[in-house]
Design a protein around this ligand. Structure first.
Ligand SMILES: Cc1cc2nc3c(=O)[nH]c(=O)nc-3n(C[C@H](O)[C@H](O)[C@H](O)COP(=O)(O)OP(=O)(O)OC[C@H]3O[C@@H](n4cnc5c(N)ncnc54)[C@H](O)[C@@H]3O)c2cc1C
Length: 411
């Protein structure tokens, strides 16, 4: 068995103890409060304060400095913790380790000026505000960022922003204070130098929300995906994040860890689904046999275990590489886990639904929601095909074996 660093196991055990004692038993209450329309359920607020006091806070941020609240873990160390957080849809939020705030915090840690840190990063680290990342546009194929049309034009001491965006997760949530908006500052520049990022307060004049998009017919009050337009939205020039034209490179820096964290959390959720499959199939019988005695059931559970453990090892490898060689060098492994985990996640959710029969398609188990999330995961953070293209291109550039001519005979 591959052993994680002792510190990772220690933190995982602490998080696990808090999760099992405090978070999980409150899942029903959280759901009731959420259904009653609380955008941040009261129980979530209460648990966040307790988790923070215990130092179980901001663990997904490898760059935390000593004056920032929380506990710094490497990406590899965080894999163990993130799995626990992934077992509930709201688990990561209790520990301030949730998307899109964590990737935005990483972006701000890397590129914000001291003034931007004070104004935008510190409240996120404290957990007193929320944020969104707005890249995708309804009018263009946004998996190719070179297509983006939103314009960001310098006008004196301000930038003026015009464009339409959608699926900027959390942007319409009441806790969202600002959006990091990606747009074009120089349409004549080479493709990778056209875009920039600006910080846009959610309350800006000219920014109007049109609707919250349902995902598989579901609109969650706690996790929104809005469509909105920006018409002559003006922000001070000092809201430019990083340098003009650096938006594409910054986006890549943000997406590496973001993809990794989504994969880690999905693995935790898949563990729950496998346990639920085992439980259910041991409890029910058909035609004189327990359901877990059928080969089809055994195959569903066994394949899920094999595929999930493969994914975990791939994710640990990618996390380790991100720690030691960085996002750029680890990009093949990041693309690999994105494709592998989203597919396995969907397959395991599908098997869990099947084993639960009609109950599997209701909200009485987490399987149906997981299936929807897994299906969406094959699109967000970059569609599968784009990652497969990246992997194939990088593979083509890596000649690893000598003497291939000796394997090839002339016809
Ligand atoms: C739940 C959810 C949350 C999201 N959160 C955010 C967010 O917070 N911020 C944000 O900016 N965006 C977010 N998105 C949007 C997401 O990142 C985009 O949907 C994604 O990048 C794809 O862009 P697109 O929808 O424009 O698809 P398109 O670019 O139009 O692509 C459509 C399809 O074309 C095919 N395709 C594209 N390129 C290739 C290729 N190279 N080879 C083969 N086939 C290809 C693929 O099948 C792909 O799915 C979210 C999406 C979802 C579903």
């Amino acid at each position: 068995m591959f052993d994680l660093p002792p510190r990772a196991l220690e933190m995982r055990d602490q998080v696990n103890a808090f999760f099992n004692a405090r978070v999980l038993p409150n899942n029903r209450l959280w759901r009731e409060q959420m259904r009653a329309g609380q955008a941040v359920p009261d129980i979530e607020r209460e648990l966040r304060e307790d988790a923070r006091e215990l130092g179980l806070w901001n663990m997904a941020l490898p760059r935390l400095t000593d004056d920032e609240p929380g506990t710094r873990l490497s990406n590899l160390e965080f894999t163990a913790v993130a799995e626990v957080l992934g077992r509930l849809e709201w688990g990561s939020r209790v520990f301030n380790c949730h998307a899109p705030d964590v990737p935005n915090m990483e972006l701000l840690q890397l590129f914000a000026t001291p003034e931007q840190r004070t104004q935008w990063l510190e409240p996120l680290l404290d957990g007193s505000s929320g944020s969104a990342f707005a890249m995708t546009e309804p009018d263009v194929a946004s998996s190719d960022p070179a297509n983006l049309q939103t314009s960001i034009v310098r006008d004196g001491d301000e930038y003026v922003i015009n464009g339409r965006k959608w699926f900027a997760s959390n942007a319409s949530h009441t806790n969202c204070e600002f959006l990091i908006v990606v747009g074009v500052t120089d349409s004549d520049a080479p493709k990778s130098k056209r875009q920039s990022m600006v910080i846009v307060p959610r309350a800006s004049q000219g920014l109007s929300f049109k609707r919250d998009l349902p995902v598989f017919d579901h609109v969650s009050p706690t996790s929104t995906h809005p469509e909105f337009s920006m018409e002559n939205v003006r922000v001070p020039a000092e809201n430019l994040l990083g340098e003009e034209g650096a938006g594409f490179a910054m986006g890549q820096a943000r997406l590496g860890p973001a993809r990794l964290h989504h994969c880690m959390r999905a693995i935790g959720e898949c563990e729950v689904l496998i346990s639920l499959m085992v439980k259910r199939s041991a409890e029910r019988s058909t035609f004189g046999k327990r359901i877990d005695e059928y080969g089809a059931t055994q195959e569903a559970i066994s394949l899920s275990r094999i595929e999930l453990d493969q994914c975990r090892l791939l994710v640990q490898q990618a996390a380790h590489l991100l720690d030691v060689v960085g996002n750029k060098v680890a990009r093949k492994q990041i693309s690999m886990i994105k494709v592998a985990v989203s597919r396995v996640y969907q397959a395991i959710a599908d098997r869990a639904i099947q084993l639960y029969g009609a109950r599997g398609v209701t909200n009485d188990t987490p399987a149906a929601r997981a299936f929807g999330k897994a299906r969406a995961f094959r699109i967000y953070d970059g569609p599968d095909e784009v990652h497969l293209q990246t992997i194939a291109r990088l593979e083509a550039g890596e000649q690893v074996l000598d003497g291939l001519e000796y394997y090839l005979d002339e016809e």
